[in-house]
Structures are given as structure tokens and as C-alpha cells.
Ligand binder design. Structure first.
Ligand code: PMP
Length: 397
């Protein structure tokens, strides 16, 4: 359990579990606080103020049914292992290709774009950071749907940007009238499509209404390959296309969360600007080789995503039979809530049985008030893993 102690406006996290039953002399608390305050003053105020993004748990021991971080339960293409093997026997004493030439070519082919439209990075998260650093000055406005991927807010805080939430309706649709003034003033609007944690996917017409007139729309398609309808950048052909950046990742559909490789697709002028900001060698030789091999084996990726879609639909129906509400998902996870039971208790009981799902809560905010949302986000595992989960949920009752 973590206790949040607010002291002169700053927040410190304390491990309450370790402190239960402990008597701490006031002088010691004061001294500890003074040392902490002196150390905190070294940080940029923006950094001192935030608690930082906390990724889902990655247990290091085996035996878990791990359905909490939207990893793919199936292994990557055998071509990937072979490519890593070859790259590992190559010139590792030399820096990798700073332009990621081969991967840009392969991705460009897939999306029917010239290589200049593509920017590989160390996971989609690096591209999201690059976008923030390239286009947003401190004080400029960044917006994103709420609830959605929590990292956007953290990145905006780190950059010293102002941020606003585009509060979604309870059915995950847009309240366009409410958000229009925010879009109007935004420099960057981040939109995951399919969204996380809900898994729903908005139509191209809806997405086009979110392009800021004086900024860029970042369309985060981390889960794009799990949608029923295949799509590969058709939105660039719309009149607003030059102000849209798509980000994709190999972490999910290509089963490669472990190698950290994502890519952005956008007009070459935008990509050229982002290249000025990126590290010279932001992708290593092994990841570049692995990613090119994975992209080349479309058949493997498509077979895995089809299996995941089928399991997703089965899980959704089974959860509904157990009395849960389930959002319609186009991703490799489902968002589920129970009308009467405590999500925290379900989460804890599953965890006790070594089944890990993601318990998420999205509190309201003074500037953009929203109804509090909480529930469970469940990654689609193998059929066996989902059966284990469903049996546990049946027993929990
Ligand atoms: N966008 C969204 C919406 C995500 O959920 C994630 C995964 N946490 C990412 C981006 C980051 O993906 P990557 O592993 O490529 O950094």
C-alpha cells in the first residue's frame, strides 16, 4: 500500500506497508523531510512535481498467467530469430546504421510510402517523446482523450507543456462540442486508435475532426493490426494528411515487445525535423535486423492477430455471461467492468492465483472534470491462459 503525504504542496510516496505499527519520532520525520526537500530542489520543478509513468508489473519469476501489459502470447516469426542470429555474428564493434535504411525501406513498402516517410525508434514510446521534443515548446498545449494512454500526460509534464484532457463520453464516443475549443488551441493532439484501455476504434471521419488547425495529430496505432478492418495510412490521402503522424510498434502484433522497435510515418518534412532531435543511433543493429525480418513475414503476424481476435471475441462473450460489462474491442485486450463487484477485490484474488490483469482507475480533474472510471484491462492471452482466467473468475463468483 502506498500512502501519499502532501508536504508544502509537494508529494512524497511512502511505503505504508513497511511503516505499519512503527512509531517515528517527529524530529526524525522533520530531518528526513529537510534532506528530501534539499534533494528535490535540484530537479527541474516539472520533474519534482510528477510521480512518473508506472508501467505494468513485469514479474521476474515464471508461473504467472500474464495478461496485464498487452504483450502477444505467441512467439515472433522464426525469421526474426534467424535474423538476430545473423546480426549477432556481424560487426557489433561498429555503430548501427543511423538512418535505419533497410527497415525504412521495408516499412515504406508495406505502407506504400517512400522510406523518407518512416522513422524507426526505440519503441513507439521513443517516437512519442521525439514528437513532444520536436514540436512542443514549454507552455504550448497538448491534448489527448481521457481515459486513454497515461504516458501522454507524463511526456507533456516532462516537456513543460500545458495539457488538457479530451474527456470521452461513458460509451467512449467523443463529445465534439465540448472538446472543440481545446483542439482549436492544441499544438499536438495524441489519439490512440484503437484506444487503450477501452479497445474501441474510432472511424476515420471522427479522427479527422481531431486534427488541430494549428498543430499536428499523432495517431497512435500501437494496436492497429488487431482491428477487424486492415488499414495502412489511408488517412494520409485526406486534405489534413500532412498534419498527421502515425506511430506503430512491433511490440504487440509482431510479438516483439522485448526488442523495443516502433516507427513513425509522416510527411518527409516532419520526419526530417524529428531526425534532428533523435539520438544518432537510436535503434541497435539486432533490433533493426529483427524488425525487418518480422515485417517481411506478414503471414506470421496475420495468423497470430487472427487467433488473438478469435480469442478476444470468445473472452468478451464469456465475461458477459459472468455478469461483466465488456467494451467492444478492436485491440488485443478488453476493458471490463462489473456492475456490483469491487474491481480491486477481483484483481487481488486473481493475483493471489498468479493471474495478472491490469487494474486501472482514471480520476477526475479540476480543469476537465470527468466521471471517475475504473475497471480491469485484460490482455488476450492464448486460449489456455484465457480458460484459466475464466475458471478463476467463475470461482470468484
Ligand atoms: N501506445 C500505446 C497506446 C500503448 O499502449 C503502448 C504500450 N504501452 C505504446 C504506445 C508503447 O509501445 P512500445 O512498446 O512500442 O513503446
Amino acid at each position: 500500500m502506498a500512502l501519499e503525504l502532501t508536504l508544502t504542496g509537494r508529494v512524497q510516496r511512502i511505503d505504508a506497508a513497511r511503516m505499519v505499527g512503527t512509531t517515528v519520532p517527529l524530529a526524525e520525520v522533520t530531518l528526513t523531510f529537510r534532506v528530501w526537500q534539499r534533494r528535490m530542489s535540484l530537479f527541474r520543478p516539472n520533474i519534482a512535481r510528477i510521480s512518473g509513468y508506472v508501467p505494468g508489473e513485469q514479474p521476474q519469476e515464471s508461473g504467472w498467467v500474464k495478461l496485464n501489459t498487452n504483450e502477444n502470447p505467441y512467439p515472433p516469426s522464426p525469421q526474426v530469430t534467424a535474423a538476430i542470429d545473423r546480426a549477432a555474428r556481424g560487426p557489433l564493434n561498429k555503430y548501427p546504421d543511423p538512418l535505419s535504411t533497410e527497415l525504412r525501406r521495408v516499412v515504406g513498402q508495406l505502407f506504400d510510402r517512400d522510406p523518407e516517410w518512416i522513422l524507426p525508434a526505440n519503441g513507439s514510446d521513443e517516437n512519442l517523446t521525439l514528437l513532444m521534443r520536436t514540436f512542443v515548446d514549454p507552455g504550448e498545449l497538448v491534448a489527448f482523450p481521457y481515459p486513454s494512454y497515461v504516458l501522454y500526460e507524463t511526456l507533456a509534464d516532462i516537456q513543460g507543456a500545458t495539457h488538457r484532457r479530451l474527456v470521452l463520453n461513458p460509451d467512449w464516443s467523443w463529445d465534439f462540442e465540448r472538446i472543440a475549443p481545446i483542439i482549436e488551441q492544441s499544438k499536438l493532439v495524441f489519439v490512440p486508435n484503437p484506444n487503450s484501455p477501452s479497445g474501441n476504434r474510432w472511424s476515420q471521419d471522427e479522427i479527422l475532426r481531431l486534427v488541430p488547425p494549428r498543430g499536428l495529430l499523432v495517431l497512435d496505432e500501437a494496436y492497429g493490426d488487431f482491428a477487424d478492418e486492415p488499414h495502412r495510412g489511408e488517412i494520409f490521402d485526406s486534405p489534413a494528411g500532412e498534419r498527421i503522424v502515425i506511430t506503430r510498434t512491433l511490440s504487440k502484433s509482431y510479438s516483439l515487445a522485448g526488442i523495443r522497435l516502433g516507427f513513425a510515418i509522416a510527411h518527409p518534412d516532419l520526419i526530417a525535423g524529428m531526425c534532428k532531435v533523435k539520438d544518432s543511433y537510436n535503434c541497435d543493429s539486432l533490433s533493426l535486423a529483427a524488425a525487418a525480418a518480422a515485417i517481411a513475414d506478414q503471414e506470421w503476424m496475420l495468423a497470430n492477430t487472427a487467433k488473438i481476435r478469435a480469442t478476444r471475441d470468445r473472452l468478451g462473450q464469456a465475461l458477459q455471461k459472468l455478469g461483466f460489462h465488456v467494451a467492444v474491442s478492436q485491440a488485443n485486450f478488453v476493458w471490463t467492468t462489473h456492475p456490483t463487484r469491487s474491481h480491486q477485490e477481483i484483481f487481488q484474488e486473481l493475483k493471489r492465483q498468479k493471474i495478472l490483469v491490469r487494474l486501472m482507475s482514471f480520476p477526475s480533474d479540476d480543469v476537465d472534470p470527468s466521471p471517475p472510471v475504473d475497471g480491469l484491462r485484460i490482455t488476450i492471452g492464448t486460449d489456455d491462459e484465457i480458460d484459466i482466467l475464466l475458471n478463476a473468475l467463475k470461482q470468484i463468483g
